[in-house]
Design a protein around this ligand. Structure first.
Ligand code: PGA
Length: 259
């Protein structure tokens, strides 16, 4: 069985001081939670402080992006090794904001995924269709392209260590989440492709999490879908109590019972 993974993507929010305040409270709130993998993704500037404040806790840290070269004359970029050294274990790759606002391509996603794995980081690779693409019935084609190109060259041995986040672009930051049935349909499709391209065992172990307007009110119904293995939470993860509530309801959906 896949342990549900709940990750909070803070985007460009929270100073170092805000981060430390948040994670100190948060680690206490979730310290007894078992059966859920919990991750927070602060901005680069706060990754190290978050990792230090979360040392020996059940909460992991993610960066929100990386560059694929190890080091060099790449002003403004951060390598996987640097992120790892700062204390993160995960890295978000190919978020739709990076694709639409910063021109990130499937080829760049692929290089970043490879570099993350080489640096010992767990990539959280984001995929998902726009509203136009959904309306034109292109959702599965878009997902197929993003998976095929984004994960090109990865082996069946590497896929279990990878997280795919299905984030329909129309659901991100809009308050309009995919229905549990829409999420399940997309996740089942993604799993089918993973079986086809990487083998049944790899597909069975790979986490496919949902993102897009996840809130305490809808987390349980989304995460209880058979192919929804957790959530990537943006806005609602900025509030420590709301994020804790999402984790606790997701756990109930996946495992049953209170904490
Ligand atoms: P949201 O963002 O929860 O605010 O919709 C999700 C994401 O961008 O990962």
């Amino acid at each position: 069985m896949r342990t549900p993974l709940i990750a909070g993507n803070w985007k460009m929010f929270k100073s170092v001081a805000d981060t430390v305040r948040y994670v100190k409270e948060f680690r206490g709130l979730v310290k007894d939670v078992t059966g859920v993998e919990i991750v927070v993704a602060p901005p680069f500037t706060a990754v190290h402080a978050a990792a230090e404040a979360l040392r020996n806790s059940n909460v992991g840290v993610a960066a929100q992006d990386l560059y694929w070269e190890r080091e060099g004359a790449f002003t403004g970029e951060i390598s996987g090794a640097m992120i790892r050294e700062a204390g993160a274990e995960y890295v978000i790759i190919g978020h739709s904001e990076r694709r639409t606002l910063f021109g990130e391509t499937d080829d760049a996603v692929n290089r970043k995924a490879q570099a993350a794995i080489a640096a010992g980081l767990i990539p959280i690779v984001c995929i998902g269709e726009t509203l136009d693409q959904r309306d034109r019935n292109e959702t599965f084609d878009v997902l197929d392209r993003q998976i095929k190109q984004g994960l090109d060259g990865l082996t069946g041995q590497q896929i279990p260590e990878l997280v795919i986040a299905y984030e329909p672009v129309w659901a991100i930051g809009t308050g309009r989440n995919a229905t549990p049935a829409q999420a399940q349909e997309a996740h089942a499709h993604i799993r089918k492709r993973l079986v086809q391209w990487f083998g049944a065992e790899a597909a069975e172990l790979c986490h496919v999490i949902y993102g897009g307007s996840v809130k305490p009110e809808n987390a349980r119904d989304l995460v209880s879908q058979p192919d929804v293995d957790g959530a990537l939470v943006g806005g609602a993860s900025l509030d420590v109590r709301a994020f804790q509530e999402i984790i606790s309801r997701s756990r109930t959906a996946a495992v049953g019972g209170p904490v």
